[in-house]
Design a protein around this ligand. Structure first.
Ligand code: HEC
Ligand code: HEC
Length: 288
């Protein structure tokens, strides 16, 4: 080995590297720096002993503390479920009116009810309950069967013309198909219905139609055609139509009526979810 060269001014060994007469000295690393480096190595080794660290082909070293981030996640998730259960237990024990009167439960129910609605109801009633042809708007104040909390709950639990024995039931007669009134009378009463929401019709036809209406239709649609919520018979005066709002559609409805069918949700949704979606629908803007 060649003899070590020392720097004349400081007496420190050189590394033997030289650039244009400037030589690199071989000073030792500062002590503090070395201590930090050793501390890091000790910490790093210690970590791999205590915590999961080294991969093998099929598994990994588990570490002697038995720490597991999945287990952590499951404990957190269980805590969250516990917190949620405190709400759902109270909801299950309360009436919809009580739930709506409790600000905390109301907030929880509106959020949960919205999720239930989007998943189960929106395909028919539209997102936010805006409705579509054949499926009523739930976000207005026009109700077929009633917009009080209890009405909505009844509708949601048992459905409308569904298989449920407590379903809401009613049937508009097939005036034309069953020969209850003739085609002329159907045309006249259709004209009368058009006139109820401000449409222009022949005055004589309207007159005759009013008579047919009084004889055949008021029993369900009401004296002033304002509707009857016990029968789900809609108002015919507000120009809101579940089906189509023109004369041809009225003639078709009077001849051989269409009826909306809404499934029952009791049994399909748990009791707390039924109540939550009821409170949500009630809040959509039309709740009475
Ligand atoms: C398969 C389609 C369908 C689904 C899904 C559905 N509905 Fe309905 N719903 C209807 C129809 C059709 C009517 C109107 C029935 C009638 O003509 O009387 C209705 C009526 C209603 C009414 C009564 C409206 C009124 O004016 O009185 C409420 C409240 C209601 N639905 C809520 C819900 C909720 C909440 C859900 C989800 C849990 C839901 N619906 C899911 C078809 C559906
Ligand atoms: C036994 C009760 C009953 C009688 C009587 C009855 N209706 Fe109806 N009518 C209903 C019901 C219930 C509906 C709603 C059907 C549905 O939404 O599923 C309805 C719906 C309608 C609609 C459709 C409304 C819409 O929003 O699209 C028209 C129009 C109508 N009826 C006109 C008449 C006329 C005209 C008569 C008399 C000739 C009459 N109805 C007699 C029960 C009745």
């Amino acid at each position: 080995m060649a003899e070590v060269e020392r720097d004349l001014a400081t007496g420190v060994q050189t590394t033997g590297h030289e650039w244009d007469g400037i030589k690199e000295l071989n000073n030792p690393l500062p002590r503090w720096w070395l201590l930090v480096l050793y501390a890091c190595i000790v910490y790093g080794l210690g970590y791999t002993i205590f915590y999961p660290a080294w991969p093998s082909l099929t598994n990994y070293t588990k570490g002697i503390l038995g720490y597991n981030s999945h287990a952590d996640y499951y404990t957190d998730a269980a805590d969250a479920a516990d917190a949620k259960k405190q709400f759902t237990d109270r909801i299950a024990a309360m009436s919809v009116a009580e739930i709506a009167g409790d600000p905390q439960l109301l907030e929880f129910s509106l959020a949960g009810g919205k999720a239930v609605f989007n998943e189960n109801c929106a395909q028919c009633h539209g997102v936010g309950g805006q409705g579509q042809k054949g499926y009523p708007v739930l976000a207005d104040d026009n109700w077929l069967w009633g917009g009080q909390l209890a009405d909505i709950e009844q509708t949601v639990r048992h459905g409308i013309r569904s298989e449920d024995p407590d379903a809401r039931q009613s049937q508009m007669p097939r005036f034309g198909a069953d020969g209850i009134i003739d085609a002329a009378a159907i045309g006249d009463v259709a004209d009368y219905v058009v006139s109820l929401s401000g449409g222009e019709v022949d005055a004589a036809a309207k007159e005759r139609g009013a008579t047919v209406f009084a004889e055949q239709c008021v029993a369900c649609h009401g004296e002033n055609a304002a509707g009857n919520k016990d029968l789900g018979a809609p108002s015919l005066t507000n120009n809101i139509w579940q089906f189509t709002g023109d004369r041809t559609a009225f003639v078709a409805q009077i001849t051989s009526p269409k009826h909306g069918v809404m499934p029952a949700w009791q049994g399909r949704l748990s009791d707390d979810l039924v109540k939550m979606v009821t409170v949500y629908v009630h809040s959509l803007g039309g709740g009475q």
